[in-house]
Design a protein around this ligand. Structure first.
Ligand SMILES: Cc1ncc(COP(=O)(O)O)c(C=O)c1O
Length: 395
């Protein structure tokens, strides 16, 4: 007889009737009203709502300036350009990220160098970074993996000693804190993504924060074709394109959504923390998985909840566990395939095997669903599905 204990993969009844995604946006009536108000106004883009969104975002993260752009990828491109990265420059980053983190260096003709991560948090290991520093190192781009802040003090100390710029890709970490201070006011340049699976969304969108007026000015020029606004103010019609920039502008329509979403940021992050704590408690008694490691003096924003399988205790590999959980309608995912493994990076000469910690973690990692709109019943479903599948494959 087929019971619920029979894996859905083998024809049993799945834990859930419908798929639970790993991440999902939350849009409420206030968000919709805010967007409609802009649609009824005179300005759809580059109007007062962008300015308002930037000011509110800067305040939320304790930064002097926030510059809104059209995606997290555009934010990285703008930040890398503001840091002065160009041909001949080396930029050290992590293999355990989305490709966009490294790609921004390539857009500017720079050379990407991948340093290995800490084995526990999977954030860049400052000692590994240090080993790759040369006189040509122009920047380090660190990623707050899964929402946990990077080793910022150690990386800043290296930046001061060796004269490079630290860029923090905080696409996962809006709402996180490091030593009591919010992510967004710590590194010279911090980038965020406002994609729908992130903490707040504008559909597509991104933000760069900085405390440096000169960097803020460069970011603003870069996102608007390389055009300065100074002459327009003085002479009315005159403008000057002073460098090769892009149209990376965020619209007023998107900014209205972002501004409305930002009001709920604290609650959204609190709910993510609650879900993460429930998972960690539930999995403490499951020897087949290792819950994510969190360090003292950091509060993660929990963009992702990434467990690692103890493959030595299982009769199945990660692929089979992944498929079994998907069949139970739990939308597990994998973050990330190491970036240097991608065919494009292979054309630049990168070969697997050089980052044993990131690569070893990749082989046994799974991201479980985590997003603020999950109900307690959804969270329980995930726990039950994990127990069911790991119970089945237990050695
Ligand atoms: C670490 C990281 N950096 C950059 C990006 C790119 O952001 P976007 O999709 O908004 O361009 C993402 C998006 O998933 C990301 O996770």
């Amino acid at each position: 007889m087929m019971t619920q204990a029979t894996l859905a993969l083998d024809g049993g009844r799945p834990i859930r009737a419908a798929m639970l995604p790993y991440g999902r946006h939350r849009v409420d009536d206030a968000d919709i009203e805010a967007v409609v108000a802009v649609l009824r106004s005179d300005r759809l883009t580059t109007g007062p709502t962008v300015d308002e969104f930037e000011a509110a975002f800067a305040k939320a993260v304790g930064a002097r300036y926030a510059v809104a752009v059209s995606s997290g990828t555009a934010a990285l491109h703008a930040a890398a350009s503001a840091a002065g990265i160009g041909p001949g420059d080396e930029v050290i980053t992590t293999p355990m990220t989305f490709a966009a983190t490294a790609n921004c260096v390539r857009y500017l003709g720079g050379t990407v160098v991948f340093a290995d991560v800490r084995p526990d948090t999977l954030n860049l290991d400052p000692a590994k970074v240090e080993a790759w520093i040369t006189p040509r190192t122009k920047a380090v781009i660190t990623v707050d993996y899964a929402g946990q802040p990077s080793e910022l003090d150690e990386l800043e100390a290296l930046a001061a000693r060796h004269g490079f710029t630290l860029i923090e890709d905080a696409s996962h970490a809006l709402g996180a804190t490091y030593r009591g201070r919010p992510v967004g006011c710590l590194a010279p340049l911090t980038t965020f993504s406002l994609h729908p699976v992130k903490h707040i969304t504008t559909g597509e969108g991104g933000m760069v924060t900085t405390n440096e007026p000169a960097l803020a000015a460069r970011l603003r020029i870069f996102r608007n074709h390389g055009i300065t606004r100074e002459h327009r103010r003085r002479d009315g019609w005159l403008y000057e394109m002073v460098e090769l920039g892009y149209n990376y502008r965020l619209t007023d329509i998107q900014s209205a959504l972002g501004l409305s979403q930002l009001e709920r940021l604290t609650d959204q992050v609190a709910r993510r923390r609650e879900i993460a704590a429930t998972y960690t408690r539930a999995f403490a008694t499951l020897p087949e998985i290792e819950p994510p490691v969190t360090l003292a003096e950091r509060e993660s924003a929990w963009h992702l909840y990434v467990v690692r399988l103890r493959l030595d205790r299982l009769r199945a590999g990660r692929a089979e566990v992944f498929r079994a959980l998907q069949a139970e309608n739990i939308g597990v995912n994998v973050h990330y395939i190491p970036v240097p493994w991608h065919p494009y990076y292979a054309t630049l000469g990168f070969r697997p095997g050089a980052w044993p910690r990131a690569e070893g973690a990749y082989e046994r990692m799974l991201s479980l669903p985590i997003f603020p709109a999950m109900t307690d019943a959804d969270v329980e479903d995930v726990v039950h599905a994990v127990e069911k599948v790991l119970g089945h494959f237990r050695r």
